[in-house]
Design a protein around this ligand. Structure first.
Ligand SMILES: NC(=O)c1ccc[n+]([C@@H]2O[C@H](COP(=O)([O-])OP(=O)(O)OC[C@H]3O[C@@H](n4cnc5c(N)ncnc54)[C@H](OP(=O)(O)O)[C@@H]3O)[C@@H](O)[C@H]2O)c1
Length: 283
């Protein structure tokens, strides 16, 4: 049994997940950093050495139930408890409905939604038995506002939002707090990964989509350059949320992201959200 609270974080090879593991270790957690390919662990160990903390790395591919079951069982066997689950692993896909084939759609849903569902379902009984725990899921502004060329990704993040909003009041009955972290743009490996996974769909894109996609990506590039946070910015927010008394259900991570979401909340017609992205498509 660990003498520290135990945190399990997904997607720790890069970006938000990597820094979340570090910040949680600094905050006093036994940080179990998981990644689907543990040969990528060196960057995490280098940052951990800089920060003077110890991180435990375990394999976990959120798209495979056997991997989820093995990882949860291993953490329970080693430490006897899981106090915090951070559902961070995620991946985007660029392509509108017409360009998103079945394999890309399913991979996007598997990574961003089914993975979150299946891991949460595996961890929840242990937290319920403990009578305590916290589940923090990283969604996105794209979990609240649909965005062109990101239909599959947004559908998956919306799904997580619905799942967690439904679960939160229920889990609270047995001492488990459920929270969402909703970033706007973050300058991590994410965009490069999305472009690489989507390059065939983008290359095959004909008019009228091709020009719209070029404009949208140029405008989004400006948004990342102007308003992008760092992976560590988000990690610090997650670490604060992990230890907060009575944490908010929803944490939108920047003023830029809050302003975007406000357009949805204050306008029940939904027209303000459509206008934001219509303008981006105009370049
Ligand atoms: N970057 C943004 O602009 C942005 C904005 C809003 C929300 N988010 C969300 O923030 C979270 C973190 O993203 P990030 O910006 O840190 O991006 P990132 O640097 O690309 O990190 C994504 C992580 O997820 C992992 N991953 C992907 N598929 C996986 C799978 N099947 N099983 C386990 N891990 C898997 C990746 O592992 P590999 O190295 O093996 O690919 C990587 O460790 C994601 O949920 C993302 O949707 C990102």
């Amino acid at each position: 049994m660990s003498d520290k609270p135990v945190a399990l974080v997904t997607g720790c090879s890069t970006g938000v997940g990597l820094y979340t593991a570090i910040r949680l270790a600094e905050a006093g957690y036994k940080a179990v950093a998981t990644m689907r390919d543990v040969s990528k662990q060196q960057a995490l160990f280098d940052e951990a050495a800089n920060a003077g903390v110890e991180i435990e790395v375990r394999p976990l591919d959120v798209c495979h139930q056997a991997s989820i079951d093995t990882a949860v069982a291993a953490v329970m066997a080693a430490h006897g408890r899981i106090d915090l689950l951070v559902n961070n692993a995620g991946a985007g896909f660029l392509g509108s409905v017409e360009h998103t084939g079945d394999a890309d759609l399913r991979r996007t849903m598997e990574t961003n939604f089914f993975g979150v569902w299946n891991l949460t379902r595996a961890v929840l009984p242990h937290m319920r038995a403990q009578g305590s725990g916290r589940i923090i899921s990283v969604t996105s502004v794209g979990g609240l506002l649909g965005q062109p060329f990101n239909e599959a990704y947004c559908a998956a993040k919306f799904a997580v939002e619905g799942m967690m909003e439904g679960l939160a009041p229920l889990a609270a009955q047995f001492g488990v707090q459920v929270c969402l972290v909703e970033p706007g743009p973050i300058n991590t490996e994410f965009v490069a990964s999305v472009r690489s996974t989507s390059q065939d769909a983008l290359a095959a894109m004909a008019e009228p989509y091709a020009t719209l996609a070029q404009r949208y990506m140029a405008s989004s590039g400006n948004v990342f350059a102007t308003y992008g946070q760092t992976g560590d910015d988000i990690a610090r927010i997650i670490a604060d949320l992990a230890v907060a008394e009575g944490p908010d259900f929803r944490t939108i991570t920047s003023d830029f992201a809050k302003a975007m979401v406000a357009s949805k909340v204050v306008d029940p017609t939904g027209n303000s959200v459509i206008k934001i992205f219509n303008d981006r498509l105009k370049g």
